[in-house]
Design a protein around this ligand. Structure first.
Ligand code: PGA
Length: 251
């Protein structure tokens, strides 16, 4: 039985005062061990604040991106070692906004994934097709190519300490959620690709769904056999919504 994980992706939102208020609302429920895991992935400047507020609690934290480089003359970049210094457990890699807006391709994403696992971080690898690709019937092809680039660079064993998030691009921030069946189909497909090589790893691997998850649709999505929790954007900024989604994962 896989333990569910609900991870918030704050994106480029937040501020010292609002972060504090949000976390203080989450902690009474998420601060101690429950039936599911939870985490928040926050902008870099707030990692120190989040570490201070969350250390010693069951609510984990992480970053939304990292460099594939260890150190050097890479202006504006942040390394895995730096994330470790701030107690991060997770780091998102290959979020569709990074792929679409910042030119990250499958090779860059694979290099980041590899650097994260080498540093002992748990990458949350984001995969997903655009609406155009779905309508063209090439969802499985796109997701396979995204996954294969990473397994080739890092090896399948690296997924022993990783999480996958399936996030159809057309569902992110649009209010248009994939139906539980649509999501389940792709989750099952991803798991079966991994099971072709290592079935016990495939059984243990957590595959989250992301894209307009809300309190109203979380339970139905999480009830599906291969959906092991969610990566939550907009709703992770509202304490009562994030708590309701975490409750759905825990039930
Ligand atoms: P959303 O974002 O929940 O606001 O759709 C999900 C994500 O981008 O991870």
């Amino acid at each position: 039985m896989r333990r569910k994980l609900v991870a918030g992706n704050w994106k480029m939102y937040g501020g010292l005062a609002s972060n504090r208020a949000l976390l203080l609302d989450l902690l009474p429920v998420l601060g101690s061990n429950g039936a599911a895991d939870s985490a928040v992935c926050v902008p870099y400047p707030y990692l120190a604040q989040v570490q201070e507020l969350l250390k010693g609690t069951a609510l984990a934290w992480g970053a939304q991106n990292m460099s594939e480089q260890a150190q050097g003359a890479y202006t504006g970049e942040v390394s895995a070692t730096m994330l470790n210094e701030f107690g991060c457990r997770y780091v998102l890699v290959g979020h569709s906004e990074r792929r679409a807006l910042y030119g990250e391709n499958n090779q860059t994403v694979a290099a980041k994934f590899l650097a994260a696992t080498k540093a002992g971080l748990t990458p949350i690898l984001c995969l997903g097709e655009t609406l155009e690709q779905r309508e063209a019937g090439i969802t499985e092809h796109v997701v396979s190519a995204q996954l294969d680039a990473v397994t080739q660079a890092a090896g399948l064993a690296a997924f022993g300490n990783a999480v996958i998030a399936y996030e159809p691009v057309w569902a992110i921030g649009t209010g248009r959620t994939a139906t539980p069946e649509q999501a389940q189909d792709v989750h099952a497909f991803i798991r079966s690709r991994i099971a072709q090589v290592d079935s016990s790893l495939a059984q243990k691997l957590r595959i989250l769904y992301g894209g307009s998850v809300k309190p109203q649709n979380a339970a139905e999505l999480f009830a599906k056999a291969d959906i092991d929790g969610g990566l939550i954007g907009g709703a992770s900024l509202v304490a009562k919504d994030f708590l309701a989604i975490c409750a759905a994962a825990a039930s």
